[in-house]
Design a binder for this molecule. Structure first.
Ligand SMILES: Cc1cc2nc3c(=O)[nH]c(=O)nc-3n(C[C@H](O)[C@H](O)[C@H](O)COP(=O)(O)OP(=O)(O)OC[C@H]3O[C@@H](n4cnc5c(N)ncnc54)[C@H](O)[C@@H]3O)c2cc1C
Length: 243
């Protein structure tokens, strides 16, 4: 569970990808499907991100975007993002068209599951922060022994619960996987997630062997992390990525 960027072929060297396809999940949420212009496949570990160079005229930004697809999905790789109030970096990404090129470095990041743990796994995400969880889940499903996994995934409405059909299908096909979609007002999402985590993984039993993968935006992620760690789960068992 540590910096797999280099081992996955990443590094600071700049790479160039072409936009092959665009998919709109919702008016404010989009996926870009990218291919390296040199024809090679990007090597990465599920859960990693790339760092995109965003030239804005008055400044050049570098922003991380998680790879929402799996290494096994040969061909292009996917990033998924949403509009942010005042977010000029992501606004630039929304302006990209098919055929445009994007410069990036990576992959980077240690929010990964390189060894599938043989204990129960709790996964928590909201909105586009399902991006790292999606390939992590797929990796776990490919393990010779699939651990028991429960995903709590929240959004303000149905259209922002991304990859819903795919997640429902996993829940139907994989006896060890359960999926709990949650609709909550944007400003109440983390209160709801905290409540559900408390009920399911703290109050329900005394088992503290579980591992957790939490991804989301802002301080709510830290509140979830602290709730679980403060309730007896080991520090290193609670993996999190805060956007
Ligand atoms: C490791 C990592 C991986 C990330 N992966 C993704 C990804 O796959 N998809 C994605 O959409 N974003 C992702 N982000 C966030 C992304 O890098 C940018 O921060 C975001 O797009 C806003 O950048 P900006 O330059 O437009 O605005 P900024 O001016 O830099 O940000 C404005 C504010 O928006 C908040 N913010 C950041 N991301 C979001 C979001 N998704 N929704 C609402 N508010 C947000 C920030 O906390 C900041 O306060 C990731 C961040 C990190 C640290």
């Amino acid at each position: 569970m540590s910096g797999a960027g280099q081992s996955a072929g990443g590094g600071r060297a700049k790479l160039i990808a072409r936009v092959e396809r665009i998919h709109d999940h919702a008016p404010d949420t989009r996926s870009l499907f990218l291919s390296l212009v040199d024809g090679k496949y990007l090597r990465f570990v599920p859960g990693q991100f790339i760092s995109i160079t965003i030239p804005l005229g008055d400044e050049v930004r570098s922003r991380p975007y998680t790879i929402a697809s799996s290494p096994e999905d040969r061909g292009s790789f996917e990033i998924c993002f949403n509009e942010v109030p005042g977010g000029r970096g992501v606004a630039w990404l929304f302006e990209r068209s098919v055929g445009d090129t994007i410069e990036f470095a990576g992959p980077f990041g240690s929010f990964t599951m390189e060894q599938v743990p043989q204990v129960e796994i709790g996964l928590i995400a909201e909105g586009t922060a399902i991006a790292p969880i999606r390939p992590i889940l797929k990796r776990a499903f490919a393990a010779s022994s699939i651990p028991k996994m429960h995903l709590i995934y929240a959004a303000p409405d149905q259209q922002h619960l991304l990859y819903r059909a795919e997640l429902d299908e996993y829940a139907r096909a994989e006896p060890n996987f359960t999926f709990e979609p949650v609709i909550a007002a944007a400003d109440a999402i983390y209160d709801r997630l905290l409540e559900l985590a408390q009920q399911r993984w703290i109050d329900a039993d005394a088992d503290r062997t579980r591992q957790f993968y939490i991804c989301g935006v802002g301080k709510g992620v830290i509140r979830l992390r602290d709730l679980l760690r403060g309730s007896g789960y080991e520090r290193r068992a609670v993996h999190y990525e805060q956007w």
